[in-house]
Design a protein around this ligand. Sequence first.
Ligand SMILES: Nc1ncnc2c1ncn2[C@@H]1O[C@H](COP(=O)(O)OP(=O)(O)OP(=O)(O)O)[C@@H](O)[C@H]1O
Ligand SMILES: [Mg+2]
Length: 246
Amino acid sequence: MGKTTFTALLIKSLLSHSKKSLLVIDADPASNLAEVLGISVPTTVSKVIDKTKRYVEKKPDTYNAGALLEYQLWDEALFENSSFNFLTMGYTTGRGCYCLINEVLTYLLANLKSYFDLVILDEEAGLEHISRNTKRPINLNFLVTDPSQMGFQTVRRIVELSHDLQSPIDKFLLVGNMFSDVHHQESLRKLAQDLQIDLLGVIPFDNTIAHTNLQGDSLLEIPLTSPTYQKIDAILSQLLKTLKIP
Ligand SMILES: Nc1ncnc2c1ncn2[C@@H]1O[C@H](COP(=O)(O)OP(=O)(O)OP(=O)(O)O)[C@@H](O)[C@H]1O
Ligand SMILES: [Mg+2]
């Protein structure tokens, strides 16, 4: 638990460190990253896909549906402000359609390098996005877990599944969320060691985070003095240094 919260605070930190062009994608069908960031997206990628599909059905087979879809996505689904760009993938009730959303996301990720320096994805919980997406160019995969057996098991399974599938993820980075007890932190350290992945750091339970969420306020507005933000900011600074990202 804590993926979306971590993503939001990582974005806040990135915006303060780097002038890089940034695209954020909410790839969880139960999307809530936009709310957490306090932004309002015009529409979702899945809605644009549905609309384009209905339009293309009436056209001859030779019609360039891909080009139309791509144009419509940028034109209708992209949220832009002076700091970052944002897409919500959304969900569909149509049969078999999730495959299409998934294909579109894979296509976008493969073709975005020329537009953005950095792309951040907030994924759904669990393993499906790993097994579905063996062709996506993902450089860093942050694994956020709370101190629970379920969380630890999911981390273990994601890493093992990625090895089994020879997925193209370059690096896993483990983050503990809501870790206050030192014994729990030690268990997390052992997990990282066991899986041979880096433990980036741990974030404590923070009432300000819970309060901000409950109030419906943007996590981007959380004070710079928030210990949780400072922790994530320190994690990011260290990471940018290690990876030599200016
Ligand atoms: N460090 C923290 N301290 C206090 N509350 C937190 C902390 N991290 C997350 N929360 C709260 O826990 C809830 C779940 O967090 P979040 O939405 O980030 O998890 P998630 O992993 O994205 O969940 P999902 O699997 O549903 O997408 C939210 O209400 C959030 O405000
Ligand atoms: Mg989430």
